[in-house]
Design a protein. Structure first.
Length: 337
């Protein structure tokens, strides 16, 4: 059986991803380099003069050649150790940081295009919902109001009562459609009741729509443990994971847990579905790559978190997102919404 593969979505690197050691920064300064070179030459020349005084008189040519050779032999390792090697390491780090920055920029451009595509898809879905669901109901409402007016003019009380009941029913259906659209756009339950009731409602809706999937939940946190800006991020991650579970996984069991441990918040979503190749889903060139998982990773990392996706064909899927809630900057969590 194929073993599971785990992939951690990396945060966007920056030039400061590999900070220079203090020794490199110090030795890279021209004044320090000049001081080291001058000190090395001084020590070598002093040693050479002492050595020549201890030796019998030598021809001038031999003294000059010996002095130059000794200077090279002793100064070169010093220059290599304190000048060339640190600068070479610094250059390598800069090249690595620039390479990672280019990859990050490419990833962000790709994600931006994917998010724009997702936004257009969402708008089309909303427009289709308004047109296909609410449009006919509004037309039916207009027809029933006209029928009720005709019944009123004809003094047919039974028909008028029937039309009024149909009008009330249509209004109720319209209200439900508006509630569903509003819930998908912005989960107001988070602000009104808290994250845990909102997640319970989300899981209940999955159980109702997909009775073949058993969803277990575990909330080992209180509302006070959850930073307010992070609640919508957690909700969206769970929403996306459950959507993938119902659409693609063919799972019969799923589990969602949220717990706090030593100042860190752990969100875990797992299922027993068919799984997938994580690299294929996250790789930019893959035909199998989509919008949901990269957007989920970006949402978590932008909120100062880390996410690991563990899956492989026929082995189910586990998604773990972690936030250091004692250190999560509120502004980053807010912009990740």
């Amino acid at each position: 059986m194929e073993s599971k593969t785990a992939s951690e979505c990396p945060p966007a690197p920056s030039p400061s991803t590999h900070p220079q050691p203090e020794s490199v920064r110090r030795l890279s300064r021209p004044l320090w380099l000049l001081s080291i070179i001058a000190l090395s030459i001084f020590l070598v020349e002093a040693f050479n003069m002492i050595l020549l005084n201890l030796l019998p008189p030598l021809p001038l040519t031999i003294e000059v050649m010996g002095d130059a050779l000794l200077l090279i032999v002793l100064v070169f390792p010093t220059l290599y150790r304190f000048s060339y090697k640190p600068l070479l390491q610094h250059i390598e780090r800069r090249k690595q940081a620039e390479t990672e920055l280019k990859k990050s920029e490419q990833r962000l451009r790709r994600l931006s295009n994917q998010l724009l595509t997702a936004q257009e898809i969402e708008r089309r879905e909303i427009a289709a919902g308004l047109h296909d669901e609410m449009g006919p109901k509004i037309s039916a409402l207009k027809f029933r109001v006209e029928a009720a007016l005709q019944a009123m003019n004809g003094k047919d009380e039974l028909d008028m009562e029937r039309q009024c009941r149909l009008i009330v029913k249509t209004f109720q259906e319209l209200h439900e459609e508006i509630r569903v659209i509003s819930k998908n756009l912005s989960p107001l339950m988070i602000d009104e009741l808290g994250l845990r009731p909102a997640l319970d409602g989300l899981c209940d809706s999955i159980r109702s729509a997909f009775p073949e999937i058993s969803i277990e939940t575990e909330w080992a946190v209180t509302e006070n443990d959850l930073p307010q800006p992070l609640k919508i991020v957690i909700y969206r991650v769970v929403q996306e994971a459950l959507a993938n579970m119902t659409r693609h996984s063919r799972a019969t069991r799923g589990r969602v847990s949220l717990r706090k441990q030593k100042g860190r918040l752990f969100l875990e979503i797992r299922d027993n579905g068919i799984g997938f190749n994580v690299d294929d889903k996250l790789h930019p060139q893959s035909a199998d790559s989509g919008i949901g998982l990269p957007a989920m990773c970006e949402r978590v990392t932008h909120a100062a978190g880390a996410v690991t996706i563990d899956s492989s064909p026929d082995n189910g899927t586990t998604i773990i997102a972690v936030w250091d809630i004692d250190r999560t900057p509120p502004d980053r969590a807010e912009t990740a919404e």
